[in-house]
Design a protein around this ligand. Structure first.
Ligand SMILES: N[C@@H](CCC(=O)N[C@@H](CS)C(=O)NCC(=O)O)C(=O)O
Length: 204
């Protein structure tokens, strides 16, 4: 018995990755999900981790009782020990790890740009946002070229994060739908987004 609590917000893409892994591995019934009030004094994560960040996972029963994990990669690796289905652990072969790292860099860029664009007037940095927009355009073009590689396996940690990042781009980068200019990537993304684990955690 491994009873766990997973702190998240419905829009956090990093937390969504962990929530999808819990579902794909079939361990979601052992996980209580808590919607945390991040960036407020009421943030529930502060009671278990000084980082205050989501995702955060506590192990409430079993041999690791008392363990507190932050960072989505670590949490996915922990969750992947349990359940069944394709391995979604960080100990995947190097090409899989490479895709996961790439997707993290792509997603970080979207998160930073999205955050900057929502700052009040006078606190935004147009040059920073332009640099991140260029990075995202390069990654989108690159991913469009790499669709055969993405489609070669049904699911993996890296593929989950690429698809989550593409969804997050649609959510946070208002007025820039990447799909028409990247039709093969859009088809692959639509198939990923239709998986029950994605539907159950959609931020839209
Ligand atoms: N590298 C971390 C990123 C986590 C992260 O940035 N989470 C954001 C939400 S998307 C957060 O909790 N922010 C709260 C804060 O900045 O106080 C991971 O992969 O888990």
């Amino acid at each position: 018995m491994h009873q766990m609590t997973l702190y998240h917000t419905p829009t956090s893409p990093f937390a969504r990755k962990a929530r999808i892994v819990a579902r794909e591995r079939g361990v979601i019934d052992d996980v209580t999900e808590i919607h945390a009030q991040i960036r407020t004094p009421q943030n529930e994560v502060l009671a278990i981790s000084a980082t205050g960040k989501v995702p955060a996972l506590t192990v409430d029963e079993g041999p690791d009782k008392g363990l507190v994990l932050v960072e989505s990669a670590m949490i996915c690796e922990y969750l992947s020990q349990f359940g069944n289905g394709p391995s979604l652990a960080g100990s995947a072969p190097w090409p899989e790890k490479a895709l996961d790292g790439y997707a993290h860099a792509f997603l970080d860029s979207i998160a930073w740009r999205g955050r900057d664009s929502r700052r009040p007037d006078g606190e935004r940095s147009p040059s920073f946002m332009a640099l991140e927009a260029e990075r995202q355009a390069r990654c989108l073009a690159d991913l469009e070229r790499r669709v055969d590689e993405l489609a070669a396996a049904e699911i993996s940690l890296g593929r989950i994060l690429v698809a989550v990042a593409l969804d997050f781009h649609l959510l946070r980068i208002a007025g820039e739908d990447w799909r028409p200019a990247h039709p093969r990537l859009a088809d692959w993304h639509a198939r990923m987004a239709a998986r029950p684990s994605f539907v159950a955690t959609t931020p839209f």
